[in-house]
Design a protein around this ligand. Sequence first.
Ligand code: ZN
Length: 356
Amino acid sequence: MSVSNPSMIVQDIGSPCVGSTLSRPCRFDPKCDTCLVLTPSSHDTATALEFSGHGCPVCGGTDLRLYLDAENPDMTHEGIGSSRKVFSPGRVLRCAKCRHGFRKSPPTPAELSELYRRMDVEVYEAEHESRVQTAKRHVRLLSRWASPGRLLDVGCASGVFLEQALRFGWDVAGVEPNEALVSKAARRVGSQRLWNTTLEEADFAPESFDAITLWDVVEHVVDPPDFLRRCARLVKPSGTILFKIPNLDSWQARVMGRRWPLLLPEHLGYFTRSSIRASAERAGLEVVFFGRGAVTFTAGYILLRAGQHRVPLTQFGYRVAGNGFLGRLRLSIRLGELYVVARRASTNHQPAGDLS
Ligand SMILES: [Zn+2]
């Protein structure tokens, strides 16, 4: 155990897990049900960790573990998004209290906004047809929890989900900081429905939406409770907030370890059911539903992404099949994401059960 600050404990990853019955150093042993870390890449690096942050961004907990000690270069616009040229999820810490994982030393909100404005979207757009399938799945989920009304999609990207929601009778609005994506979204739903900015910079009146959707968004923010609180203010008292987040307790994250495809440079937070519930409660929201998320992509895109994570044989597979018939086959896969439905805490609700 190394202590770099009297009020802040960072356990190095050569130590046994707290609560574990194992006497040897924890190496993600499946017998250890309190395991919070991945196999160490370097014990020396871990013990040399100097932590000077402010604790867990969700619960404020100060008992932190080094979950992943990857190379930790500065985030650049070339390292984020589907077209990324360089790859490192950075140094990821994990809270022992709520199990939340988070990137150490995240960029400031202004730096993040600038990164997303400059992000290359070429590969993202190449998967358009796959994203339509995922968007239809999201609209079906939304329809189970809310009747059509005014909808805000934060991080709306190229507007694929907005277009589907519009067809289902929603009065849609979208926020997206990347200008290239907004111009594509404008062709789908009209520029009058779009705000080329971040939610923090947009100026919406309180309680002006019946539903807010956050697909692959909350893991990109520095302070999840603060971000959700901002959303809670914008939704009507009877309104609904839906989102999808990476689940660090999923079997995919546990089995794939440092090759888990959702360990990404631009992901600042990795949730668990307890940490997203705690984030929601601090925002004045109540979680009313958890479901396992799925996404649709072509086999070629899946091989490309897996190759970025150095999953064995996938780079070879992408060279062989990436652009051919096999590479164009469309697959629905589960990567360990979690759907969450939340409502303002005082609202009565009728949960529709778990989504399979
Ligand atoms: Zn925590």
